[in-house]
Design a protein around this ligand. Structure first.
Ligand SMILES: Cc1ncc(COP(=O)(O)O)c(C=O)c1O
Length: 381
């Protein structure tokens, strides 16, 4: 018998795989995992076809195709007035997940402590553990605000990294100016780095603005920001993303990236570069998704689920305590088996079950899918 010890010592399957399997088995309407069920823009599809026909099938440069890095620089000039250097400040990665993984491996040494806000995206902690670091979990307040007092108490001489995510999965909350001010004050004159996961940067509603940490002069010196083309252009299966960081942090990130995947899909990078040159492709997204958010929220008012207002991402949290006392995983499973609607329970986003009666629903779906799900959810008493 082979002995294969695990460096992670975590329970095997992610909740997304468990729910996806169960949802398929029961032919449920899947509002679970965060991916759209509608077609991508035909213009983007055509650009990919053209890029594939035009060659571009060999290794891209380690840091990514220059045209794509230039297009990203242009986008940040347009959206934040930033003057990014495509050579030394932008790295193309295999989705945001790989950018996050490389950042954590680069910035966390053995026994370093990393502040992780919970609930939080599930790839952070395994990456910290693989780097030999110690995750220090800081739950949000009951109303899902970042608990800066708690974070301040958790910071020690061993803290090397704080992970921030805005717009935030799963809560849909967003960073406000006062959060950024507190983060500046907490990290000033320290050696603490920040990993800012901004994959939902364009999915922000109610005329609010995304506050990128890269747009903050002080925080930028200690921050790596990560992004996802999958989330932005409804192409999660392509696993293309990127990281922004000033040259010293980019150097650290690339020192891992080059031994991890070296470089990522070449022809899709060419297509994305061209597609990014039309700003309406990302500037129209808030309007596009806000319509879906509002349609789902309006319909859910006729159910017994209670909304926790979402300002960004394509997720909406709902409290089901009027319907059941069951733990969230059991309730989510029953919702699939008995009612054929899949959602994601939020306890797996915590290292310690907070015992909340809350589910996450993904509204990045066709109107017909949302209407079908609403009909079922409204009928549950
Ligand atoms: C907060 C957050 N970060 C990162 C990712 C991963 O992005 P990608 O699919 O580009 O790896 C996700 C995907 O769900 C996410 O929700």
């Amino acid at each position: 018998m082979l002995s294969i010890p695990s460096k992670l010592n975590l329970s095997g399957e992610s909740i997304f795989s468990t729910i996806a399997k169960l949802s398929n088995q029961h032919n449920a309407i899947n509002l679970g995992q965060g991916f759209p069920d509608f077609a991508i823009d035909p213009t983007l599809k055509k650009l990919v076809q053209e890029a594939a026909h035009g060659g571009n099938h060999q290794y891209a440069p380690m840091q990514g195709k220059l045209v794509l890095r230039q297009a990203i620089a242009k986008k940040f000039e347009k959206t934040f007035g930033l003057n990014l250097d495509p050579e030394e400040e932008i790295t193309i990665t295999a989705g945001a997940t790989q950018a996050l993984f490389c950042s954590i491996q680069a910035l966390v040494q053995k026994d370093d402590e990393v502040i992780v806000i919970e609930p939080g995206y599930d790839s952070y902690i395994p990456s910290i553990l693989l780097a030999g670091g110690i995750p220090i979990s800081c739950p949000m307040t009951k109303t899902f605000k970042i608990d800066w007092d708690l974070i301040s108490q958790c910071i020690s001489s061993k803290t090397s990294l704080i992970i921030i995510n805005s717009p935030h999965n799963p809560t849909g909350q967003i960073l406000e100016a006062k959060d950024i001010q507190l983060l500046r004050e907490l990290t000033r004159n320290t050696n603490i780095k920040i990993l800012s996961d901004e994959v939902y940067q364009h999915l922000i509603y109610d005329k609010k603005q995304h506050l990128s940490l890269f747009a903050d002069e002080e925080l930028r010196t200690r921050t790596i920001c990560t992004y996802s083309f999958g989330k932005t252009f409804h192409t999660t299966g392509w696993k293309l993303g990127y990281a922004l960081a000033l040259p010293p942090l980019t150097k650290a990130l690339r020192s891992v990236h080059q031994w991890n995947v070296f470089s990522v899909n070449s022809f899709i990078q060419i297509a994305l570069a061209e597609y990014l040159n039309n700003p309406s492709h990302y500037l129209n997204l808030p309007q596009f998704y806000q319509k879906k958010r509002d349609l789902f929220a309006e319909g859910m008012k006729q159910s017994r689920f209670k909304a926790i207002k979402c300002h960004g991402t394509y997720f909406q949290l709902y409290d089901y305590s009027a319907l059941s006392d069951e733990p969230d995983i059991l309730f989510a499973e029953r919702l699939i088996k008995e009612h054929k609607v899949a959602s994601i329970p939020i306890s797996p986003f915590y290292s310690k079950d907070p015992n909340q009666k809350i589910l996450r629903f993904c509204f990045a779906k066709k109107e017909t899918t949302l209407q079908k799900a609403l009909k079922v959810l409204q009928s549950i008493h």
